[in-house]
Design a protein around this ligand. Structure first.
Ligand SMILES: Cc1ncc(COP(=O)(O)O)c(C=O)c1O
Length: 466
């Protein structure tokens, strides 16, 4: 796999902003792209001359940056071949310098709540009791256990969307469902419309399938319906997050759900749909439009460690996806499916506590941000797990690179967009407890001060995020 100079140019975005020598800024930006996963490992880089011409800089600047990346283990070159991306051995271990010193990093790169411990324990106890019923059979649940498919369908009906269990395929998390859909539905180089910003792992998935991505910018108040109608006309698929949008927490209003016109089938990712904090729970978009495929998950409602998700579609597509699935995996673990069934059956008792904790976390985070960063614009959203903050300066990637030195892990704004957009943005989760939020904002304050006083990163930000 190789990347062209124009493609790298788009990923680099506004890399030359700020102070310091150009080769150092270029080095830092390429390093962050590799660590963030925006530049995959094993990718052949453009030649120095090509990249210099495309970026409008001297070849020496590119050569110096490439040399620095080679020295620090982010590029390798074998006898006269082009440089390819890699990561240094220490980064492979997943440990940071700070981790190795024994200090835990506060992790703002995940927007994922902890498990509801007691409820999860009870669900697994019940699941273990049920397991013997399944032991005489082979245990490969390619389409999902009937009881879980029924529990998911029941939940859709409660949310206002008539659904039968035959319309549900159980997956190993929503990300697995997205992968299965993309692999089954998209042709190479298909045009796919996405919200902008959007969920980074979906962008990553689309990039790896070489989809042509058309971003449609969200406005300050939500979705631009005429722009979506125009962009989806002639596209192969849209990937949308109407409830609740990651990272902004916005929700598509009920009247707009009816009004929205889409020119292509849409995959609606409802991973956050149960987390309605300041609004009524939305009726799924599929209740208004036939060409909508819904993807859901228990990861944010209950716990990411369960690895249970699903796809809701017409029965023909569900059968097709179940067959296609065998190419990569043969089913989702039975015990986790049983535990998820138990949790979904008790959702009405578990969810209110979860929502109350998130409301408190959100209020606390908003007050900390107001106190420490009065010049940031924070859009609080109405649900989900994070706020999307806009800073006065384009320093998001710099902050992500510097943050580990201050005990913090951040996801840089450009991970949520195309072509280096969102360098002034940060997604900040409120799914952590009060001490972690306090410590995280304290570390963020030190990181921002460091960025303003021109410190350089010496540590490696972690690459994962959810
Ligand atoms: C919008 C969105 N989709 C999908 C996922 C992945 O969900 P799962 O853990 O079920 O794979 C996440 C997790 O953060 C998410 O935020």
């Amino acid at each position: 796999m190789h990347t062209t100079a124009p493609a790298l140019d788009r990923l680099l975005g506004d890399w030359s902003a700020g102070t310091g020598p150009a080769h150092r800024k270029l080095t830092e930006r390429i390093r962050l792209l590799i660590l963030d996963g925006r530049l995959s490992l094993g990718v052949t880089m453009p030649g120095e001359r090509d990249l210099a011409a495309t970026l409008g800089i001297s070849r020496t600047t590119v050569a110096t940056a490439y040399a620095a990346l080679r020295e620090t283990g982010y590029l390798t070159t074998h006898q006269r071949t082009r440089s390819t991306t890699t990561v240094p051995a220490a980064a492979h271990t997943g440990h940071h310098a700070t981790d190795l010193l024994g200090a835990e990093l506060i992790d703002f790169s995940y927007a994922s709540p902890p498990a509801p411990g007691a409820a999860l324990h009870q669900a697994y106890t019940w699941a273990l009791e049920q397991l013997p019923r399944h032991l005489p059979r082979h245990g490969y649940a390619q389409i999902g256990l009937p009881e879980l498919r029924e529990a998911v369908a029941t939940r859709y009906r409660a949310r206002g969307l008539a659904t039968t269990p035959e319309q549900i395929l159980i997956t190993t998390g929503a990300q697995h469902g997205l992968h299965l859909l993309v692999r089954t539905l998209l042709r190479p180089r298909a045009r796919v419309v996405v919200d902008h910003p959007t969920y980074p792992h979906a962008l990553h998935l689309l990039r790896t399938t070489a989809a042509r991505i058309t971003p449609v910018a969200l406005t300050d108040t939500g979705w631009d319906l005429p722009a979506l109608a125009a962009a989806t006309s002639g596209a192969e698929l849209a990937y949308l997050l109407p409830d609740f949008h990651n990272p902004t927490g916005m929700c598509l209003a009920p009247a707009e759900r009816e009004r929205i016109r889409l020119g292509c089938p849409a995959v609606v990712d409802e991973t956050m749909a149960e987390l309605a904090l300041e609004t009524d729970p939305p009726v799924p978009l599929a209740a208004h439009h036939r060409d909508v495929i819904s993807v859901g998950s228990v990861s944010k409602t209950f716990w990411g460690g369960l690895r249970i998700g699903w796809i809701r579609a017409d029965t023909g597509l569900i059968q097709r996806l179940a067959q296609a699935r065998a190419g990569t995996d043969l089913g989702t673990p039975i015990l986790e499916q049983l535990a998820a069934t138990a949790l979904l059956e008790r959702i009405d008792t578990i969810l209110p506590t979860r929502l109350e904790e998130l409301r408190q976390g959100r209020a606390h985070l908003l007050s900390l941000l107001g106190e420490h960063f009065p010049d940031w614009t924070v859009a609080p959203g109405v649900g989900g797990l994070s706020v999307w903050a806009m800073m006065p300066d384009p320093i998001s990637s710099t902050l992500a690179a510097l943050a580990p030195q201050h005990g913090l892990r951040l996801a840089a704004g450009p991970r949520f967009g195309i072509g280096g957009a969102f360098e002034r943005h940060l997604r900040i989760p409120y799914s952590l407890d009060t001490p972690a939020l306090d410590a995280g904002i304290h570390a963020l304050t030190a990181t921002v001060d460091g960025a303003h006083s021109g410190h350089r990163a010496t540590d490696t930000p972690k690459t994962s995020l959810a």
